[in-house]
Structure formats: structure tokens, C-alpha cells
Write a protein of this length. Sequence first.
Length: 242
Amino acid sequence: MQNWTYALLLIGSIAIPLIRSFEPRIRFYKKWPALFAGIAAMMFVFIPWDIAFTRQGIWSFNHEYVAGLYIAGLPLEEWLFFVVIPFCVVFTYEVIRLFLPNFRFPRAAMAISLVLGVVFLLLAWANIHRTYTLVVMLVAGILSLMQPFIGSHKTWLSHFFLTYLITLVPFFIINGVLTALPVVSYNDLENLGIRLHTIPVEDSVYLLGMMYVVNMVYESRGKKSFALSNSQTVKQSKKSKV
């Protein structure tokens, strides 16, 4: 059973969000096309990054805790990580939006994204010799600074930041197990060496960067689907009147 450790963590993570996706109030399953479009876009960036860092020894995987199927040098479980974690986070995001529909603070969200962007870029500049720190801070910094320019602070960014803070708790639990056993090991020469228990502090920024990409596509595709649905409803309504 030991070699199923990573897989079981992922199954345990997604079980409840997957089951509750079909609840009438949430109906998250209807938003899966937009979600998986966001996940695909994120994986297009983050999977090559993961492969490159694994090959360079910036992090590595313990063969004792994975099933043994590898694709491009990554355990199958690592590929599934990029599906399961965003699925759970966006599910939480939708639940928060359902119960807190008026949680919108555009100015505060814009200020937070700008401050985070500047801080991350400064950390990247100060740690050019640490590959993990440099790349993760650079990516998250650029994505943070993009938000005011694409107008996300006026629509979804407030809920996004709240979701991020809430999902950090389960993320740290899961990642804590992965780094404590360890399923994943890090080369501390390539990061700040600051650990939240056993988790490199960069991992929390990595999650933020992942979810920026997923949410940007998710919201964009979701708006298009909503507009198409409304258009079809209007057409049907006109036909019925005729």
C-alpha cells in the first residue's frame, strides 16, 4: 500500500468535491468544460516546468510512494495533481461565491494584486541564483500585476483571494504529508530554505500561480458559455411568442 500513498492523497482530496458537484444548488458539473479548459491551459505551462525541474534535480520523487507509472519522467500521480488540486480549489471558489455573492472589494483586490506583484518580482530579482524561487516568484509576480489590467478585480478577484486563503489549509495538510514522508524532496540550494513545517514557502506561491492561470481561463470561458446560453434562451423565447 505504501506505493499508493500519493494516489490515495489525491483520491481523498477530490472525493467530496466530486460527489458534491452534482448538488442542485451548486451544479458544478455544468461548469466542468470551462474548468478543464483552465486546467489544460495551466498544465501547458506548469507541466513542462515540472519536467524540467525534475530533470535538473530541483525536486525529485520518492519511488517508494508512487505507483510506478511515469510519463515524461513524472509519476502519473504528479500529472493528476494538476487536475485534482485545481478541481478542488475551483469547487471551493464556486461554493464561496454561492454563499457570499456580495463579497466584492474591487479596490482592495486591486491593491492586493499590485502589492503581491511587486513583492514577488523583488524576491525574484533578489534570488536570481535560486532557480525555484526565481521562476515561481517571476511567474506569480507577472500574473498578479496582470489582474488590474484585465479587470478581474472588478469581477472575480475578491472571491479568488478568499478562496486561496481558505484552500491553503487543506493544501498545507496534503503538501505537508508529501514533503514529510517525503514523497517529494527539494534541493534547498534552489529555494529560500524557508519551510512552513516541511513545506518550502515557494509552494504556496506556486499554488497561487497555478490558480491564477486556471481562473483566468475558467472565468473567460464561463462568460462565453453564459452569453451563449442567454442568447439561445432569448431566441427560443422569441420563437415561442411567434
